[in-house]
Design a protein around this ligand. Structure first.
Ligand SMILES: NC(=O)c1ccc[n+]([C@@H]2O[C@H](COP(=O)([O-])OP(=O)(O)OC[C@H]3O[C@@H](n4cnc5c(N)ncnc54)[C@H](OP(=O)(O)O)[C@@H]3O)[C@@H](O)[C@H]2O)c1
Length: 344
């Protein structure tokens, strides 16, 4: 099969090209084989390709197949599986930039009937990550005001919708007019552009009559700015460092004390390894919102056809052209039933 195979980390993602490698094989008789139809392009993939993610120290070392989120169609599964051949599924795990993947059942979910495979792929695990951070960790409640930093990105556009779905007021922080339109389109009540000087003061002014916001969702690595936006005894959850280019922030901890704020970290993968029940609850909570029609996938407008397009898509994410999720169309789907084809 064709795949983006990493035998050594690259410094330039435009160097990535598909190569032909052996098809994936079952490690257990319970494994499920999937033909991948779509793969998402995430910030994590960008870091994995370059060896810049914390997981590259231990869990993710070459050789590996790049790509962490996909959707596809089951081609082979054990008779006991709840995903018989032909089932449309989406999942997370290394190996998404390939024509096929072989995985264990708990890592995949059925594509909700109202979504295409591309849409399921665009949401992928981002929904569960954002739900876990906002609801399980930061305990966001109806009537509170939350600011989402990195609101136009893959995680951010879902965070905005989750916060709206639980009855919070949402301030989205983005860079640029096109991205402002995107977050307004998914329900943000207020939009602030971080390119304008004094944006933190603008956010603070919008929360609790000028006292500041109740919760900060930080997907970019701007804790000091986030604390400036918070009210006294507010909560901030650190989700990612998309703006830091690998250089971590040095925070003066007196900022935490002076405002009496709580700063949490949330690491979805590690939480899943250490506390699978909590992650299951997070997924269930998020999928309830999906079933209630509260989550609309946001796919970046550019068409990325075939695994050859992975490098261009990663570069567009690196250059911050993309919003929502860039999605690769991995294959043309011909052999499925009319109903499935209509949803792919
Ligand atoms: N905690 C976890 O378990 C977990 C799981 C998955 C991912 N993550 C992390 O979460 C972060 C977001 O991932 P993603 O896939 O959603 O990324 P993404 O789709 O690439 O979005 C990144 C966002 O960051 C914003 N951004 C980038 N540089 C910025 C800057 N200098 N100033 C302000 N905003 C900036 C972009 O906004 P503009 O384009 O508007 O500038 C964009 O909205 C990443 O750091 C990723 O590693 C964490």
């Amino acid at each position: 099969m064709k795949a983006i195979h990493i035998d050594r980390f690259v410094s330039n993602v435009t160097d990535l090209k598909p190569s032909t490698i052996p098809n994936p094989f079952s490690k257990s008789s319970q494994d499920i084989h999937i033909k991948i139809t779509h793969a998402a392009v995430t910030h994590v993939d960008l870091l994995y390709a370059q060896g810049l993610h914390q997981n590259n120290r231990r869990h993710v070392q070459p050789p590996f197949i790049l790509g962490t989120e996909y959707a596809g169609v089951v081609t082979h599964s054990p008779p006991s599986s709840s995903f018989p051949p032909g089932t449309r599924v989406f999942g997370g795990g290394l190996g998404a930039y390939a024509e096929q993947i072989c995985v264990s059942e708990p890592t995949i979910r059925r594509v909700p009937s109202q979504w295409t495979n591309a849409e399921a792929c665009a949401v992928g695990a981002s929904g569960a990550v954002s739900y876990g951070a906002l609801i399980s960790v930061a305990q966001l409640k109806a009537g509170e005001t939350v600011v989402v930093l990195g609101a136009s990105g893959g995680l951010g556009v879902v965070a905005v919708q989750i916060a709206k779905a639980v009855g919070a007021r949402v301030i989205a922080v983005v860079g640029g007019k096109e991205k402002a339109e995107v977050v307004r389109g998914v329900g943000a009540d207020e939009v602030v552009d971080y390119r304008q000087e004094g944006w933190e003061a603008r956010v603070k002014a919008l929360g609790n009559g000028g006292e500041g916001v109740d919760v900060v969702y930080d997907g970019i690595g701007a804790v000091e700015s986030g604390i400036r936006c918070l009210r006294y005894r507010g909560r901030l959850v650190v989700v990612g460092f998309a703006a830091r280019g690998g250089k971590m922030e040095n925070l003066k901890v007196n900022k935490i004390l002076l405002k009496g704020v709580a700063v949490f970290g949330y690491r979805f993968g590690e939480d899943s390894r250490r506390d699978p029940q909590r992650t299951k609850d997070v997924w269930d909570g998020f999928m309830n919102l999906v079933e209630d029609g509260k989550i609309r996938p946001v796919i970046y407008k550019e068409d990325y056809w075939g695994l050859e397009a992975v490098s261009r898509a990663l570069e567009d994410v690196r250059e911050r052209k993309a919003w929502g999720r860039a999605v690769i169309r991995v294959c043309e789907v011909e052999e499925d039933t009319t109903e499935q084809k209509a949803r792919l």
